[in-house]
Unconditional design. Structure first.
Length: 267
C-alpha cells in the first residue's frame, strides 16, 4: 500500500481482491434495490494534502536511482524495455555465528505510468535484498507485463518434491537468465545461460528452480552432483524448528514424479 502511494503520487487505497462481478449473461450484478454493486477502490489516505508534489517526486526519483543508477543496490531488477523503480531491504540477524537474513525488495513499474507494485520477502537468505528478492520481483513484473501484451503463456510442468539432507539451506542469490534483462549490472548478474539458478550459501550447487517443460509437460531430471570425498564427518546443520523443539531431520522417501494428465479436444 505504501509503494502504491509512492508510485501514483500520494493516494493510498484500501487493499481489495475483487474488481467486478458479472452475472451469467455478462452484465454487472445488482443488489436488492437494483443498484449495481460497487467494487470501486476506496481511498484510505491522501498524502497529497501533507506532502508536496516536489517532495513526492523526490521519493520517486530516489526509488528510480536504486534500480537504474550505477551503484544502486537494486541493479538486478532492471528490465530492458520497462523502467522499474524500487527499494532493497535486508533484515539482518545472526544465530550462533550464522547470518540468516530476511531479504526484501519492493518495486513498481512502469515508472512514468505505474501499473503494478510487487513486494517480495525471502526468509533464510545469506545474500541481501538486491541479490535474492530483487530478481524474483522483476521476474514477476516481466511476465505480468508480457501477459498484458499477450506475449506470455506459462508452461506448467510436473516437478517432484525436493528432498535434500538440508532443505533449509540459506539462499545467497537468485539469478534469472535468458530473460528481458538489460545486461549485467554492478552486482554481476549472470547472463551466460538460460533458465533460473539459485546459489546456496553452504555449497557450490546451483539448482534449477524454474525448469523448462517439454511438449508432454515433463522436465528433464538434472544430474546429481558428483560426490566428493569427505575427510571428516560433517555435523548436521539443525534448522530453526530443530533448534527450538529438538530432534533431528529425517528426510522423507522420494515421491515419484506423477504422470501429467492427457488432454484432448480444444482444452
Amino acid at each position: 500500500m505504501a509503494y502504491v502511494a509512492a508510485a501514483n503520487g500520494g493516494t493510498c487505497y484500501y487493499p481489495r481482491l475483487v474488481d467486478k462481478v458479472l452475472d451469467q449473461n455478462g452484465t454487472p450484478v445488482v443488489d436488492e434495490q437494483g443498484k449495481t454493486v460497487n467494487f470501486a477502490p476506496r481511498i484510505r489516505a491522501d498524502l497529497r494534502n501533507e506532502v508536496s508534489p516536489q517532495d513526492m517526486e523526490l521519493v520517486r526519483r530516489g526509488l528510480w536511482k536504486v534500480v537504474n543508477e550505477d551503484g544502486g543496490t537494486g541493479g538486478r531488477a532492471r528490465l530492458k524495455d520497462v523502467v522499474v523503480a524500487g527499494k532493497t531491504g535486508t533484515a539482518q540477524a545472526t544465530d550462533r555465528g550464522q547470518e540468516e537474513n530476511v531479504a526484501w525488495f519492493a518495486c513498481f513499474a512502469p515508472f512514468d505510468h505505474p501499473k503494478y507494485v510487487v513486494a517480495v520477502m525471502v526468509q533464510g537468505a545469506s545474500g541481501h535484498g538486491g541479490e535474492v528478492a530483487g530478481p524474483i520481483a522483476t521476474r514477476i513484473l516481466e511476465r505480468t507485463l508480457a501477459q498484458d501484451e499477450g506475449k506470455f503463456d506459462m508452461q506448467v510442468a510436473w516437478i517432484a518434491p525436493a528432498h535434500h539432507p538440508n532443505p533449509l539451506q540459506l539462499i545467497k542469490s537468485v539469478s534469472y537468465t535468458g530473460s528481458n534483462v538489460g545486461g549485467e549490472d554492478e552486482e554481476g548478474a549472470d547472463t551466460s545461460q538460460s533458465g533460473a539458478t539459485v546459489e546456496m550459501a553452504d555449497s557450490g550447487a546451483q539448482p534449477d528452480v524454474e525448469p523448462e517443460a517439454d511438449a508432454a509437460g515433463q522436465v528433464k531430471r538434472a544430474r546429481a552432483p558428483r560426490a566428493q570425498p569427505v575427510s571428516a564427518p560433517v555435523p548436521e546443520r539443525r534448522g530453526f524448528f530443530q533448534r527450538l523443539f529438538g530432534g533431528h531431520r529425517n528426510p522423507p522417501a522420494a515421491i515419484p514424479t506423477p504422470t501429467p494428465p492427457r488432454r484432448s479436444g480444444g482444452f
